[in-house]
Ligand binder design. Structure first.
Ligand code: AMP
Ligand code: MG
Length: 338
């Protein structure tokens, strides 16, 4: 199969929609990362997503919608707090978990009785949802385990020959996957995955938001995970990534004494102080730009030909928490504190 990369013209969106309606999968841009979409109502199409990505069968997909009416189709029950959150953050990078309706096959939810739902804001994603006329199940459009794709080129590099088409909507604005929340009752929610909608922002609409254990800690296989995706290795470059928690001076000294076969992932402007090949991921203290650059930087590490890559510790406030969460997973939770 030859994978076509299509500009999002009206004609190409119609073509992508007809592929989806005939049970195929399509790479689509969203404001978070690129998704690999298929009809959320067609278990055979959904199977193709798992096959193309090599995704573990126990990792459920997010269902993308383009109206509140569609939320009523895919969720069995919509609590008031979800409506409050939707009002504030949809369309946008927030995913909420609901009891699934009969219409959502177990292939989408990996056998769970709940379904994750998001209403994206990206123009092309919305046009595609509208043209397809049904909700679309879509995980990130990378090969399983690789960094999530933030350009059509990343998708092409991972999935060329495995999917029929990718809509190229340019680089993703956010650059990290959506925030995922589980609503427990009107007052309480659990944060399963941090993203651009931060805990502080969520607490404007639901008073108590607690971090699920899986956000900052490694769960052991077999341990009960509220978010099954947390159990899997993620976002990893081929080199072994290690986070170094220290000031910049100690970071430089450490890398210098471990320089053989090593590279460094640092903030903008720090490269010249290091004696090893470097990739950068934005200015220190600017999490919005760091988020946009993180996955490209992780992919760039593969071109550096290093065995080990030492990464600077990001700040953990606000959206920084999402960056730290992804970097921790990329590092397999390996953090050296100096
Ligand atoms: P991806 O779309 O590749 O970013 O992955 C979607 C993530 O959403 C999964 O890895 C899960 O952790 C989470 N997710 C999807 N459906 C559910 C669900 N029903 N309950 C809890 N987490 C979910
Ligand atoms: Mg993913």
């Amino acid at each position: 199969m030859d994978t076509k990369v299509l500009l999002p013209t009206e004609e190409n969106i119609a073509l992508a929609a007809s592929l989806l309606n005939s049970g195929e999968v399509v790479g689509m841009p969203t404001e978070t990362v690129y998704g690999l979409a298929a009809s959320a109502y067609d278990p055979l199409a959904v199977e193709k997503i798992f096959r193309a990505k090599g995704r573990p069968q126990d990792n459920p997909l997010i269902v993308h919608i383009h109206s509140m009416e569609q939320l009523g189709e895919v969720a069995a029950r919509v609590p008031d707090c979800a409506l409050r959150l939707a009002e504030r953050f949809w369309p946008g990078p927030l995913t909420m978990i609901f009891e699934k309706s009969e219409k959502i096959p177990l292939a989408v939810t990996a056998g769970l009785s709940t379904v994750a739902v998001r209403f994206p804001s990206h123009k092309v994603a919305r046009a595609l949802l509208e043209a397809a006329g049904m909700p679309l199940a879509a995980p990130s459009a990378n090969l399983s385990g690789r960094p999530s794709p933030t350009t059509a080129n990343h998708v092409y590099n991972d999935l060329n020959g495995r999917i029929p088409a990718i809509l190229d909507g340019g680089a993703c604005e956010v650059g990290l996957e959506s925030t995922v929340v589980l609503l427990r009752d009107e007052e309480n929610a659990a944060l399963l995955r941090p993203g651009a909608v931060t805990v502080q922002m969520l607490e404007e609409a639901i008073p108590h938001v607690v971090l699920d254990k899986g956000v900052l800690q490694a769960l052991s296989p077999g341990e009960q995970a509220l978010s099954p995706g947390m159990l899997h290795r993620h976002y990893s470059p081929r080199a072994n990534l290690v986070i170094v928690d220290s000031d910049f001076q100690s970071f430089c000294a450490f890398v210098e004494s471990h320089a053989e076969g090593a590279g460094a992932m640092v903030f903008d402007g720090e490269e010249s102080a290091l004696p090893v090949p470097c990739v950068t991921f934005g200015r220190q203290g600017d999490p919005i730009i760091q988020a946009r650059l993180l996955f490209s930087a992780l992919r760039a590490v593969d071109g550096m030909g290093v065995r080990t890559i030492y990464a600077r510790m990001p700040d953990q406030e606000g959206m920084g928490l999402a960056i730290y969460n992804r970097l921790l997973r990329a590092a397999g939770f390996e953090v050296i504190t100096l």
